[in-house]
Design a protein around this ligand. Structure first.
Ligand code: FE
Ligand code: FE
Ligand code: ZN
Length: 276
């Protein structure tokens, strides 16, 4: 069975997201752990988080994905920004221990003129500071489009980060279809080839989740503008081939397309109807 959902707002609490997911036919979803543009976070409500955990188990959800604020930059040149990123991630991971066994996805970072090697070293340094041997959350590095100085456009860069992390058993990768397409990986023309490359460079066992998005831009554009399913350059057939691929089909898929809830419900229904 296809495990699919979308990005949901956590503003009304955790258990509310579970009910919202059910109402649109989702059996997984993604949410920001806190204000995506800043770092502010509501006080921890363990009962609410535990209620979501009960709902997920009762309804047979796949793993869900908590997304770090996208303004965090674990390889910023300014040390204060790196410390902020580290403290935020550590706090998020501590909170996620109330929802054990799920995923925490983050954008590796932007090296901003320091060079990709320096960026990779700082990202790994952050992960080494926040990962705990006994934690119950797998941290996912998201594949990036290569906009500006984003680290993580190539599979080699992600591999280089993983290689420098001590508790790499808690690391995985989240493949964003729009990002890899914009990064130059032709998932529409040669999905098998892209996955073979991923397997050779990183290892498919690290691939834990997929962000399912169409792209407003052509292959290799390095832009990162998500489109609705079928309204971009990747297309519905290629995206449904992603959800049906034998190496991917058991993973949780999260839509991050520009939609309201009804639009997400329609895309979830469409992709379920195309599931083989
Ligand atoms: Fe993301
Ligand atoms: Fe994404
Ligand atoms: Zn994106």
């Amino acid at each position: 069975m296809l495990h699919i959902g979308c990005h949901l707002s956590s503003s009304k609490g955790y258990a509310h997201m579970g009910r919202e997911a059910l109402s649109i036919g989702a059996d997984t979803f993604q949410f920001f752990t806190r204000n995506p543009r800043g770092g502010s976070v509501k006080p921890l409500d363990p009962a609410d988080i535990l209620a979501l955990g009960t709902l997920l188990a009762e309804h047979g959800f796949a793993k869900v994905v908590a997304h770090a604020p996208y303004t965090l930059n674990t390889c910023a040149a300014d040390e204060n920004l790196r410390v902020f990123a580290r403290e935020t991630m550590a706090d998020d991971l501590a909170r996620l221990e109330y929802l054990p066994g799920n995923y925490y996805n983050f954008h590796p970072g932007s090296h901003v003129k320091q060079g990709v090697e320096a960026g990779i070293a700082m990202i790994a340094e952050t992960l080494n500071a926040v990962l705990r041997p006994d934690q119950h959350t797998t941290v996912l590095l998201e594949t990036m489009a290569g906009k500006g100085s984003e680290v993580g456009r190539t599979f080699e860069e992600l591999r280089a980060i993983i290689d420098r992390v001590e508790h790499a058993e808690h690391l995985g990768v989240c493949l964003d279809t729009c990002h890899v397409w914009d990064g130059g990986y032709d998932i529409a023309g040669d999905l098998d080839g892209v996955l073979e490359t991923f397997d050779r460079v990183i290892g498919l066992e690290r691939l834990k989740a997929v962000h399912l998005n169409d792209s407003m831009n052509p292959l290799g554009a390095h832009k990162d503008r998500h489109a609705k399913i079928g309204e971009g350059h990747i297309g519905t057939a290629a995206l449904s081939a992603v959800t049906n691929h034998p190496a991917l089909r058991e993973l949780p898929f999260c839509l991050e397309t520009p939609n309201d809830l009804q639009g997400y419900a329609a895309e979830i229904a469409l992709l379920r109807s195309l599931a083989r």
